[in-house]
Design a protein around this ligand. Structure first.
Ligand code: AHG
Ligand code: MN
Ligand code: MN
Ligand code: MN
Length: 335
């Protein structure tokens, strides 16, 4: 009968986190609490994005951030929501955000042991068109004895305790991973207000003939970059060229790449010699997700992205990431 079709074996994010925590007898529950605050921030941001057109939240805020981007109203609101969630959970000592010039220290959070980096809205140029955007985050654990300094977050991604991103698309998706662990995908069920585990142990397909890059920048690319992308437009072993897919929101292009495979790139070029995407809250968290899902991520010098440590909090890097075999092909062109 119909009732047999209803799935009652549901793993919510809350349950997932509780069960993960139980695997570590020494865990204090602080990280779990931090994740609860994170998921509240995601739900709030998703809610405002969905209502933006109705409540006059489209358009520019009239300011720009330190990396030179014009801030949208929703960049500012989402940043405030994210910061307040991190402050109020009491477990975060310091925070770096794309929308904040300097590191924010939560000095009231006594005994807080985590440092968080975030891109409150990734893809914000797409907001007013209703195209998918998301939030990217990376979480570091403070070294023993530290009460939180800028150095505690100027770390290579390889040291990230956890990272992930959301995508506010046709549905709200959350992708979460921890150091050396699997990647798990959750879908927000608006009816019950919970993230539900829908994509356990996400693994990138080994290869897929899809490339994702802002090809309008090819004028500024070096020869290696042009040669690589041109090669994808030639007949491959099956006689067909690659398909091109570029949304212009890294979270959405990354999410598709995780599920379907392929390669996503924002190479360094003559216009942006250090690349466009920022290491702490764009490149490193994505690289951890992609590696833990069986893919690869490198910078424009073909260095493992997770080994790149920024000097300053808003430093950038070129990035290539995707399926294992596609990345081997990329590296072949840059030898
Ligand atoms: P953000 O909206 O957080 O500033 O990030 C924008 C990023 C990223 O989402 C996307 O991959 C890329 O910028 C798109 O850049 P172009 O418009 O230059 O293609
Ligand atoms: Mn921006
Ligand atoms: Mn971004
Ligand atoms: Mn952003």
């Amino acid at each position: 009968g119909e009732t047999e079709k209803v799935n009652t074996h549901i793993i919510t994010l809350t349950r997932f986190l509780t069960e993960e925590q139980a695997k570590f007898p020494e865990a204090t529950g602080d990280f779990t609490l931090l994740c609860h605050a994170l998921q509240f921030a995601f739900k709030s941001i998703a809610y405002y994005i969905r209502r933006a057109t109705l409540v006059n939240l489209t358009g520019l805020a009239g300011s720009s951030n330190i990396t030179g981007d014009d801030q949208k109203k929703l960049d500012v609101i989402s940043n405030d929501l994210f910061i307040e969630a991190m402050r109020s959970c009491g477990k975060v000592a310091l925070l770096v955000s794309e929308e904040e010039d300097e590191v924010i220290f939560f000095s009231d959070a006594k005994g807080a042991r985590y440092a968080v980096a975030c891109d409150p809205i990734d893809g914000s140029s797409n907001l007013d068109a209703g195209v998918s955007v998301g939030t990217i985050f990376g979480i570091h654990k403070l070294p023993e004895g530290s009460t939180g300094t800028k150095e505690d977050i100027l770390k290579p991604g390889a040291e990230l305790l956890a990272s992930g991103f959301t995508m506010y698309g046709a549905s709200t998706q959350l992708v979460l991973t921890m150091k050396g662990a699997t990647v798990n995908g959750f879908t927000l069920d608006n009816g019950v207000g919970e993230f539900i585990l829908t994509h356990p142990d996400m693994r990138l397909p080994r290869s897929r003939a899809i490339y994702s890059v802002n090809e309008g920048n090819s004028l500024y690319w070096n020869d290696q970059t042009n040669n690589y992308f041109n090669s994808l437009k030639q007949a491959q072993a099956d006689g067909k060229p690659y398909s091109s897919r570029y949304i212009g929101s890294m979270v959405a292009d990354a999410y598709r790449t995780l599920l379907y495979g392929g390669v996503f790139a924002y190479p360094a070029d003559k216009k942006s010699p250090k690349g466009k995407l920022r290491i702490l809250y764009e490149c490193a968290p994505m690289a951890q997700v992609f590696e833990n899902a069986g893919g690869q991520a490198v910078d424009s010098q073909m260095r493992r992205m997770l080994d790149v440590a920024p000097e300053h909090i808003h430093d950038r890097a070129g990035i290539f990431m995707g399926s294992w075999d596609e990345m081997e092909k990329v590296k072949g062109f840059f030898k």
